[in-house]
Design a protein around this ligand. Structure first.
Ligand code: ADP
Ligand code: MG
Length: 203
């Protein structure tokens, strides 16, 4: 839930009171002109950016809550850490690790899990292959990113975002680096993956 979210940079009000309630399993598209604030909203949603005002609620927990003057007050470190665990993020420039294979790129987020989320090597490999299969790159696991097409690289980026089984998938113009044909194809892929996983998605 975004409730009356505001965000300014210096004097420009980029987000002027957006309220949006996204239900579990929904696939929401946010469209707008370049510079209209789509990335800003998404960055606020991912807690990479702090909003000025409003509420931000995930699965019933407040990440930020407006005070009496409407100013967004963020939760403590543990609360935000718990919220952040729900996200899978995919950005326009997919930033794969160039020196790692596809498999290592996908395994990477799993290797950083701690505490009760920690997986053993076999479980990690199972997850990595399962996710790679979902985005149809399981036959490319030993390749380096430089040996893949743009569309394949983008799918690796999506696999990397999905491998932790996030509750919420956030995609910021994930197709803009692809040519027209691949863009169509990858868009269909993303729709299919969203349907198959039922993951709440903001695109
Ligand atoms: P979109 O993703 O819809 O193209 P953005 O959210 O990236 O738009 O940008 C919205 C507006 O905020 C633009 O006018 C942009 O110049 C401005 N902006 C974005 N990030 C910053 C920043 N870190 N500092 C100052 N202005 C910014
Ligand atoms: Mg943008």
């Amino acid at each position: 839930v975004f409730d009356n979210v505001t965000k300014s940079y210096h004097v420009s009000n980029v987000i002027k009171g957006i309220s949006l309630r996204i239900k579990k399993g929904e696939f929401v598209f946010i469209v707008g002109d370049s510079g209209s604030g789509k990335s800003t909203l998404l960055r606020c949603a991912t807690l990479l950016e702090t909003m000025d005002g409003g509420d931000l609620i995930y699965l019933g927990d407040y990440a930020a809550k407006a005070d009496e003057e409407g100013k967004a007050v963020y939760g403590d470190k543990d609360t935000l850490q718990a919220v952040k665990k729900h996200f899978g993020l995919v950005f326009q420039n997919y930033a794969l690790y160039p020196h790692m294979t596809v498999k290592q790129n996908i395994l990477f987020p799993l290797e950083n899990l701690t505490g009760k989320d920690k997986l053993n090597k076999t479980q990690m490999l199972e997850r990595a292959y399962e996710t790679a299969k979902l985005v149809q790159i399981d036959e490319l696991m030993e390749r380096k990113p430089s040996e893949l097409s743009g569309g394949q690289q983008q799918r690796v980026a999506i696999a990397r975002a999905l491998v932790k089984f996030p509750r919420i998938l956030l995609l910021d113009e994930p197709l803009s680096n692809l040519d027209a044909r691949l863009r169509l194809q990858t868009r269909e892929e993303i729709k299919r993956i969203q349907k198959e996983t039922g993951i709440t998605t903001i695109f």
